[in-house]
Write a protein that binds this ligand. Structure first.
Ligand SMILES: Nc1ncnc2c1ncn2[C@@H]1O[C@H](COP(=O)(O)OP(=O)(O)OP(=O)(O)O)[C@@H](O)[C@H]1O
Ligand SMILES: [Mg+2]
Length: 273
């Protein structure tokens, strides 16, 4: 039986609308805040006590690479700006925030990520792992969560609500952009734009398909020693319409993709705050 993502999708589409329109939704009780410092995007998500999306903001960013803060001052100023803007929209201050770390990150880098959040004026309520954040939004307690971000692909196997195994590979959307730029002899900025344009997907996907197949073979290798019966793909680089079918065909395990895969982990961080 196909896993039903409809409740998760409804929540994600509502969160996406709030982010896109710069709006807030009515809320009850205390607000929970999550900050996702990604390689490609910084996202701040706000939900209420019932885990309903209340507000959110996303900013393209180059201050973090694969979970490592490469521009501390830039990161603090970006998060500070986003905090201020959201507080203005909400008409209240946001004091505490949770953040997340990709699977397999070292302790020193965790501290550094927390320092950015604190530098922006938040008290860090907790630091959770990214797959757990995604699983909360998806409403799952078992299966493999594959987060294909800008710089890395994180693989996590969950069983009965616990993270049983995590792996991390240096491949993601940036790699797809490089392949596309090489193919078209254009700059990476041009390739990035082309890649994200839905109108160009039928020309783009055949070029980046080998990258997706390579990712699938990596995931498949991990899952051989950690068998599971469902794969959930999240992260911006799995936006392509055919992404999950390439995974499913190459790995042989049913693969599901929620709506707005870019926002799953950030929203889940707020839900776990
Ligand atoms: N519509 C789209 N089609 C294809 N790729 C996309 C699309 N939108 C975003 N991307 C890609 O998704 C990647 C960003 O995804 P995401 O925001 O999940 O990464 P991140 O969390 O910032 O990075 P990481 O998790 O690696 O630190 C970028 O490489 C971007 O080019
Ligand atoms: Mg990410």
């Amino acid at each position: 039986m196909a896993y039903d993502l409809s409740a998760a999708n409804e929540t994600l589409l509502e969160f996406e609308r709030l982010v896109r329109e710069g709006k807030t939704a009515p809320w009850s009780g205390n607000l929970k805040v999550g900050v996702d410092l990604g390689t490609a995007n910084i996202v701040v998500a706000v939900v209420d006590e019932e885990n309903r999306p209340v507000a959110g903001m996303t900013t393209p960013s180059r201050v973090v690479r694969d979970g490592i803060v490469v521009d501390y001052v830039g990161a603090v100023s970006a998060v500070t700006r986003m905090k201020r803007e959201l507080e203005e929209r909400l008409g209240c201050t946001l004091e505490r925030a949770a953040t997340a770390i990709p699977p397999g990150i070292l302790a020193g880098n965790v501290r550094c990520i927390a320092n950015v959040i604190e530098g922006a004026g938040f008290e860090v309520s907790n630091v959770i792992d990214e797959p757990t954040a995604a699983a909360t939004v998806l409403g799952i307690d078992s299966g493999a969560v594959v987060d294909v971000g800008g710089g890395t692909t994180g693989i996590s196997v969950l069983k009965d609500g616990a993270v049983e195994f995590t792996g991390d590979e240096p491949t993601g959307g940036t790699h797809m952009t490089l392949v596309l730029a090489g193919f078209h002899h254009c700059t990476t900025d041009e390739a990035e734009e082309m890649k994200k344009d839905p109108k160009q997907e039928s020309n783009v996907f055949p070029v980046v398909r080998p990258v997706v197949e390579k990712m699938a073979s990596i995931v498949s290798r991990y899952l051989r020693s950690h068998p599971t019966d469902a794969i959930y793909v999240v992260g911006g680089a799995c936006c392509f319409t055919q992404f999950e079918s390439v995974f499913e065909k190459n790995i042989g395990i049913p693969t599901y993709k929620p709506e707005v895969p870019l926002l799953v982990t950030p929203l889940g961080i707020a839900m776990n705050a």
